[in-house]
Every structure is written in structure tokens, then in C-alpha cells.
Design a binder for this molecule. Structure first.
Ligand SMILES: [Cu+2]
Length: 152
């Protein structure tokens, strides 16, 4: 088809749809990046929402791979910095712009001691903005922390 013909025939909405399809084809989730809030906090260590704990994470490998199973190690401590062992921790991930979560069900599989915990089953199937949420129950308290990730 010739360009002039398309312009005449297609409505604006169709054009946007076609452009979106092209962007998705060429850039995957990158086409959605324009909707990512500009003030997101990408820090890997933070206080939990109600301030009950502090939580941080490291990934292995350090550069998070796409579509590949990998491990995280999280570190849990009191607001004063004392490591907490024996916590019950749940993991979940989501792409807020896409309405889908992780393809896996990651779990904390081991308390490594000194407030460290191994998380297995992490896998992100596409680049873009992800949130990873940890629900923590420890010392008779319950709190959660959400981390933002921008994967490429
Ligand atoms: Cu997605």
C-alpha cells in the first residue's frame, strides 16, 4: 500500500493503533515508557511502608536479566539496623502499566542468617517498569515494602 492511500483511508484512531503496533513490534515494552512516573524511587534499600523494618536487596547477577530465572538476596533489619532472622516473607511482582505480573511465583527459600534471605524463582519476561513487593511478618509486626525497577 502507498502512504497517500493509507492516509486517506485510515482514521486517526486506526493510525494510532497502527503506530502502537509498530512501536510494540520494534521496541517491546519500551513504547509504554512515556507513562512511567518521572519521580519513581529506584533505590534498593528502604524503610517498609509503616516503618516497622528496613529492607534491601541484591540481585544475582547484578544486572537483572530478562526472561531468565535468577536469585535475589534480601536483607531485613530493624529501623535501628539490627538484622532480623526468622521472618515470614512473601514476594510478588507486577508491571503497573500492563496489568500483568510475573510469569513465576518467587519464594523466599532460605533464611541465610544475619538478616539475609534467599529469594528464588525471580523472572521478568520483559523490560520496562516493574514493582516488586515484599510482605514481611516478623517480631509480631506486619509490614511491606515495594521497590521500583526499570529493566532494559
Ligand atoms: Cu509488560
Amino acid at each position: 500500500m502507498q502512504r497517500t492511500t493509507i492516509k486517506q483511508v485510515m482514521s486517526k484512531r486506526q493510525w494510532l493503533g497502527a503506530l502502537g503496533a509498530i512501536a510494540l513490534f520494534t521496541g517491546g515494552c519500551m513504547s509504554m515508557m512515556k507513562g512511567v512516573p518521572s519521580d519513581l524511587d529506584y533505590s534498593t534499600a528502604r524503610a517498609t511502608e509503616n516503618g516497622a523494618f528496613r529492607l534491601s536487596y541484591k540481585t544475582d547477577p547484578a544486572l537483572i536479566p530478562i526472561s531468565k530465572l535468577h536469585q535475589w538476596t534480601i536483607h531485613l533489619e530493624t529501623p535501628e539496623g539490627k538484622p532480623i532472622d526468622g521472618a515470614t516473607i512473601t514476594v510478588d511482582g507486577d508491571m503497573p502499566q500492563h496489568g500483568h505480573g510475573l510469569p513465576t511465583r518467587p519464594e523466599v527459600t532460605q533464611n541465610l542468617g544475619n538478616g539475609d534471605y534467599r529469594v528464588e524463582g525471580m523472572k521478568f519476561q520483559m523490560g520496562g517498569w516493574w514493582i516488586v513487593n515484599f510482605g514481611i511478618t516478623a517480631d509480631g509486626k506486619r509490614d511491606q515494602a515495594t521497590f521500583n525497577l526499570m529493566l532494559k
